[in-house]
Write a protein of this length. Structure first.
Length: 327
């Protein structure tokens, strides 16, 4: 393993939509705003030229929402996990400094923790000359995400890392597979500015579901995946109804029903909750429709100055190395 001891490495990881309505815990999609806004976190790794083995600094619009104790920051926990995994390979690493640029709000339903986790692991792995393969990193990312949400799931970390839309397989050997994209879809995402914790959003769900809902869930997911492979956008949109989480979670989202009605009446082919919420998304087949819906959501769904609305396509590249340069 070679170490880029005189370089700094910066990785960017995009926001993501978990569940995508009909795929609770098994579907995820990465987002890329059409106006070029960086909707995602970045993590930089560089040499640390003093005795401490590690340091972390934070910046960005939502840095003030992070724990003040760096030991509680998820990026620190990623570093500890990465070092432990390297030591299992009998590899020691030099001291490093890391910086997290926090652009995603916490508890937004946009994969905020996943973005930090993916950017941290991707930056560390690249900085240390890629000692872990893609599957190794995905498993690490899922483990760290599980520390926050209470269970290991990949519907945010997988699309954030790999890009596009991903389907979770349940197989640790091949944990995810990427699905075809529909090029004519635009995704209008609107974050209300409120916060919903994943744990709270899971706690509101029932422990058991009616057989009819379980059958609907399985049928819709199968039809959706088939429609993507056939490039049938109308059929794909037709089955994008959430029978698992939305009926219960929408009570946590002020203005959800009104936003849904307006969007579907003004050109959206589908509408739903992004992950645990409170972010919502609308899928439409033209940029004009997406912008109209976006203007309404920004005026009527956003609750405070922390909120925002973006028209996006799906980010095909996923996480990326933004730069490597002399530090």
């Amino acid at each position: 393993m070679s170490v880029k001891s005189n370089l700094s490495t910066c990785a960017y990881a995009p926001a993501s939509i978990g569940n995508v309505n009909l795929g609770f815990d098994v579907l995820g999609a990465a987002l890329s705003p059409v106006n070029g806004t960086l909707l995602g976190d970045s993590v930089t790794v560089k040499p640390l030229r003093h005795l401490s083995p590690f340091s972390l600094t934070v910046g960005g619009e939502f840095a003030d929402k992070l724990p003040t104790n760096i030991d509680e920051n998820i990026v620190t926990q990623c570093f500890v996990h990465f070092v432990s995994s390297l030591k299992a390979k009998s590899i020691d690493i030099p001291n490093v400094a890391m910086h997290l640029e926090k652009r995603l709000p916490i508890g937004s339903g946009l994969g905020s923790s996943a973005s930090s986790i993916v950017a941290a692991f991707h930056a560390l792995n690249s900085y240390f000359d890629n000692p872990f393969n893609e599957t190794d990193l995905l498993l690490m990312m899922g483990q760290l995400e599980g520390q926050i949400s209470g269970s290991i799931h990949y519907d945010n970390v997988a699309p954030c890392y790999l890009g596009a839309m991903t389907l979770m397989t349940g197989d640790d050997a091949i944990p995810v597979t990427q699905l075809p994209l529909l090029d004519d879809w635009y995704w209008t995402v609107s974050f209300s500015g409120l916060s919903v914790s994943t744990a709270s959003a899971r706690g509101i769900l029932p422990k058991q579901y009616p057989t009819e809902d379980v059958l609907t869930f399985g049928r819709q997911l199968g039809v959706f995946v088939d429609a993507l492979h056939r490039q049938d956008s109308a059929q794909a949109a037709k089955v994008m109804h959430d029978v698992i989480a939305e009926p219960y979670r929408k009570s946590l989202l002020p203005g959800f029903d009104q936003a849904r009605i307006y969007s579907l009446q003004n050109g959206a082919d589908a509408f739903g909750i992004s992950g645990s919420g409170p972010t919502v998304f609308a899928v439409s087949n033209s940029l004009e429709k997406a912008n109209v819906i976006g203007e309404y959501l920004h005026s009527h769904y956003v609750q405070n100055n922390n909120g925002f609305t973006h028209v996006c396509t799906l980010c095909q590249a996923g996480a990326r190395i933004e730069h490597q340069q002399a530090s």
